[in-house]
Structure formats: C-alpha cells, structure tokens
Design a protein around this ligand. Structure first.
Ligand code: RET
Length: 288
C-alpha cells in the first residue's frame, strides 16, 4: 500500500504529469539495495575519474589536450555531486514497511529530473572534449562544430527533461512525443560526432590513437544510445524490475560514457603528445 500522499502524486487521472515511476512502486530488499549500490558505484567511479584526470593533466602537451583534461575534471565533479544526491534521495525517500518491502515515505519525491539537468552540464563538455581531441577545424557561424554539437545535445536533453515529468502509462502521449523529438536531435548530434571521429582517423599521427578513436565512436553508438531505454522504461516495464534495470542502465552508461570515455581520450592525447615529442627530437637532431 502506498502512503496517501504518494498515491496522490502517482494518480494517473489528474492530468498527464505525475511523479517518476520510482515513487509509485514497491521494492523487495534485493531490488532496493541493487539500486542503491548502482548509485554508489556510479558516484565512486566519478570520484576516481576526477583523480585520474587531475593526475594525468600534465602528461599531455598542448593547450587543447590540457583543456580536455580540465573538462573531464568538471564532468567528474558535477556527476559525483549529482549521483551522490541521487543516492541520498533514494535512501531518504523510501522506508521498509511491515511486509518487508520498501515504499516511498511521501514527504518528498525521488526525481530523475536532476540527472537530466546534470547532463546539461556534462553532455556539452563531453562533446567539446571530442572536438578538441579530434582536432577538427571548428569553423565559424552556424557551421561552427562546437555550436552544432552542443546545441543538438542540449535540445535532446531538455526535451527529455520535459518528457520525464509525464511518466504516465495511461496517458503516455507527452512522454512519447518529447522522447521521439529528443531522439531526432540525438541522431543529428551523433552524425556530427561521427564526422569528428572520421576527421581524427585521418588526422591523428599514431595508429594507436586512430584505433582508440574507433573505440570512442563505439562508446557513442552503444553507451549513449542506451539512455533512451531508461527514459522509455515506464512504457517498456512499469515495474520494480523496470526501475532496477533503468537505474543500472544509467550507471553503466554513466561510467562508460564519462569515465572510460575520458580515459580513452586522455590516452589518445598521450599517444599523440609522445609522437609529437619524438618528431621534435628527430628534427632537432637533424638541425644539429
Ligand atoms: C533522452 C530522452 C530523449 C531522447 C534521447 C535521450 C538521450 C539521452 C542521452 C544522454 C546522454 C547522457 C550522457 C551523460 C553524461 O554525463 C534525453 C534520455 C535520445 C544520449 C552521456
């Protein structure tokens, strides 16, 4: 049985906008703890990533590469704060009842909306990192790559942010419409990303760098593309299992698309910096 306040926030007859599905379901201790653990490993990974980017910043040469590490650190810090708060909210908003199940307490609600707002910081920075490392010509005006990629990324996120207020399985129109339009901007963003990656594959000096750039493309195609599964989860499975799967997808996608992605980009920067240094050394030997 849901508390009266929670039942009211989950009422599907009051209009399309209702509380996120997390609040409207009951969880076994296993399900509840799995979600808690997913959130903790999520923020722990971001903290570890922060240390990695701070420690490796001076192992690359050139303004672009160091700026990429700074962007990485900002992403880690903001994701750490967000995921720590999500975990805290998860722990605070649910209580074990007499039947041994977890249900929402009802004083406040758990919301995934905070994630979306956090992405509006992280997604542009992750994309700008890519533009920096691929070394693509940024361009001017409307063909400016930074502008194109960040604006399509942001539109995708803000549409998703609005849509997630409507996790109503009886009136799913707004959730579907905002989600589908969000997917259109995602495809536009992905096309620009692939353009940057292709540029890097001809432009980078090292074969290891080129190979790692291919991995980066794979991360976008697989691990960015699973976020919408979590968004549409209320329609796929409005259940406690659905919540567990959704929060696990978020965690796996977050760790890969931010931490692992950043580490691979840093390695590309290191490979390229080493190659540039060797070239310089060889040139100075010839000159001498
Ligand atoms: C939404 C819903 C609308 C349709 C699409 C979505 C895609 C979201 C993505 C998010 C990526 C987030 C990352 C965060 C890192 O901090 C907004 C869920 C397509 C791809 C990489």
């Amino acid at each position: 049985m849901l508390a009266a306040s929670v039942a009211a926030a989950c009422n599907t007859e009051d209009g399309a906008a209702i509380a996120n599905m997390e609040n409207c379901l009951e969880y076994s201790p296993l399900q509840f703890e799995l979600v808690g653990h997913a959130l903790v490993i999520g923020y722990a990974a971001q903290a570890a990533g922060f240390v990695y980017f701070a420690m490796t910043m001076n192992m690359t040469k050139g303004k672009n590469y160091q700026l990429s590490s700074i962007y990485g650190m900002i992403v880690m810090l903001s994701a750490f704060i967000l995921l720590y708060n999500q975990w805290k909210a998860w722990e605070d908003n649910f209580m074990l009842n007499a039947e041994g199940m977890y249900t929402a307490v009802g004083s406040t609600l758990f919301s995934n909306g905070y994630r979306y707002l956090n992405w509006s910081i992280d997604v542009p920075l992750l994309l700008l990192q890519l533009v920096l490392v691929t070394g693509i010509d940024v361009g001017t005006g409307f063909s400016n790559k930074n502008l194109q990629v960040t604006s399509s990324g942001l539109l995708m996120i803000y549409l998703g942010y609005i849509g997630q207020f409507y996790e109503n399985k009886d009136e799913a129109g707004p959730l579907i419409i905002f989600g589908v339009i969000g997917c259109v901007f995602y495809i536009i963003m992905l096309a620009i990303v692939i353009q940057c990656v292709n540029h890097a594959k001809t432009n980078l000096k090292t074969d290891t760098g080129k190979y790692k750039m291919q991995l980066v493309a794979g991360i976008f195609i697989v691990f960015w593309t699973i976020y919408p599964i979590s968004y549409f989860m209320p329609l796929i499975s409005y259940s406690a299992e659905g919540v567990v799967i959704r929060q696990f997808i978020y965690t796996v996608a977050d760790v890969v698309s931010k931490v692992i992605y950043g580490i691979i980009l840093t390695q590309i920067c290191m490979d390229e910096s080493d190659a540039a240094e060797k070239e310089e050394d060889a040139a100075s030997v010839v000159a001498a």
